[in-house]
Each structure stands twice: as structure tokens, then as C-alpha cells.
Design a binder for this molecule. Sequence first.
Ligand code: HMG
Ligand code: MG
Length: 313
Amino acid sequence: MLPLIMAQRESVVESARVRIAEVGPRDGLQNEPQIIPTADKVRLIAHLARTGVDEIEVSSFVSPRWVPQLSDAAEVFAAAAEFKPAGLVYSALVPNEQGMRAALDVNAARGARIVDKVAVFTAASETFSQKNTNATIAESVARFGAVVRAARGAALAVRGYVSCVVACPFEGPIAPPAVADVVRRLIDLGVDEIDLGETIGAGTRANVARLLDEIAAVLRDDWRAVTLHLHDTHGRAAECAQLAFERGIRSFDGAVAGLGGCPYASTPQRRAPGNIATDVLVTALRQAGGEVRVELERLAEAAAVARALCAIQ
Ligand code: HMG
Ligand code: MG
């Protein structure tokens, strides 16, 4: 089960070492009302590449009709290749074979592996799956088969996101067994990593604990291949991250400057907080005893760039 990432994380899990994936350039910029110029995205990624994060989710190879904000993914990857430090993982969202071909084209054009990891994404809510990918959960998972095979052939790792692990913006609370069922399907498909997407910031220590109890049975209490992706709409993401750390999770997603305000939770007067801000995440995990190799000063520089680009305070 989940062979690739388990091997990578063997030593990670025995220690307090925590992996941080910076998802701001993807989860943040996909939500911006305006399209950020390619050169500005690359400048932000260049700052992030110096912070010590383990992974940057650089962009998405999705339909430009659905997410025009990220339609320059190939150009962004090509430019970000110029300053990619050894050991830093670059990843991209890929919903189907067409997206996978585009990701592989980036690597072929460079003659080197620039996209190291692809992320497929589905949900524990049928309505969210339909609205996000025009497919049922079963249809979306069926699409991933070809993506996982192609990734194997090219020695790329595969992350499998499950959105709405606590609640769905359309259906409300999601029962933990529904999440466990999708996690099982992704494991059966052969993904290397499960990323639990707490999409709307409805998490609390109590409901995240219930979720992890349910998933523990599927994973046989082996958390090495699990990442937690928290949105911070109601300001509780840090405590949820600490709970997850206590339970053994050692991989988390954050977004620089808390980019990614959930459109369902924003009002014209107030932009809702987005993904948990990476600095808040790092501080919370350190308080919980985690060893995190991110330099907060450099992250603050990247956050200043992100705030200026996205006109947030
Ligand atoms: P569809 O319309 O059903 O696709 O969309 P289709 O196969 O019928 O194709 C329609 C058109 O899209 C065609 O173009 C295709 O070529 C094109 P046309 O002939 O009309 O000009 N197309 C593509 N173009 C580029 N790259 C591709 C691609 N695929 C088709 N890969 C589809 C289905 C999945 C493509 C669409 O729904 C889509 O792109 N969805 C992506 C939505 C998205 O990116 N959402 C945000 C990410 S998920 C998230 O944020 C949650 C997460 O953060 C975790 C959490 O917080 O919970 C990860
Ligand atoms: Mg997200």
C-alpha cells in the first residue's frame, strides 16, 4: 500500500519532522478574481522556493474554461525550473489524462523532471464533485486510473485529494464513513499520498478527531502517507493541525499569506480567510512539538509579495 511515499517518509514519521507543502500558488491564485500575470506568479514561487518548504503546488493542468486563473501552468513550470533547488518537490493538480499529458509535456520539453508529483482530486460529497469536476465521485476516480498509470510510467508521485472531509458547502456535514470510503478507493487505485481536504474551514478538534478515528481503520493507524489540507475560514485550522500532529500526521498544506479565501464564505464586505497561512501552520506545529524546516523570515518576504499581488492586508 502506498509504497513510494512510505519509503520517502520512513524517517519522517519516526521523528517529529513535519513536511510542509505550500499550496498558495495553486489553491490561492485559482481563487483570485483577477488573473495574476505569469511573471508575478513566478516571482512568488521564487520567493517560496527559498523558504525551506518541502513542496510547492505550482499550478494546475485543468480546463482553462473552468479555472482561467491557472491557464499558464506550463509557462509557470518552465520558468520555475530555472531556480528549483535540489530536493524541493514541484507538484500540479491534474484531473484527467489530458492534464497528465500536459504535465508530462513540461518535463519532456525541459528534458528533466520539473513536475515531480501530480495531484488527482475528488470529494466525499457528490454535489461538490459534480460542481468541481463535472463528474460523480465514481466517475472522477475512474478517470484517475489512466493518470496513475502514466505517473508510474514516468516515475512521478501521485497525491490523491479528498475534498469536503468535514463538511461540504452544498450538502453540509459529511459523515466520516463517506470520507473513509473515498480514501479506500484512492488507496486501491494506487495513489502514494492521501490529502484530506477540509475545504470550507468547518473543522474543530472534535470533528477532525472523529474523522481520523474513522480513517485510522482504513490505514491501520499508519499515517505516513497522509497529508492534511486545512482551510481557515473560522480561525480553527491551527488547533486542528495540532490535533492531527498529536495523532501522528506529519504532512500539512499551507498557503502563503493565507491565500485562497473560500468563495462560499466571502461577502462583498469581507474576504474570508483562505487556506491556513503557512506561517501560522508552522508556528502551531512547532508549538505542538513538530520539527519544521521552514524559515519564517523568508516566508514573511514571500507573504509580502503575495499580499501585494492579491491586494490583501
Ligand atoms: P468537462 O467540461 O466535463 O471536460 O470538465 P470535458 O472533458 O468535457 O472537456 C471540455 C473542455 O475542457 C474541452 O475543451 C477539453 O479539451 C478541455 P473544448 O474542446 O471545449 O475547447 N479540457 C482540458 N483542458 C486543459 N486541461 C485539461 C482539460 N480537460 C478537459 N486537463 C474537468 C471536466 C475535470 C476538465 C473540469 O471540470 C476541470 O478542469 N475542473 C477543475 C476544477 C478545479 O481545478 N477546481 C479547483 C481545484 S480542487 C480544490 O481546490 C480543492 C482542494 O484544494 C482540496 C480542498 O480544499 O478540499 C484540492
Ligand atoms: Mg483547498
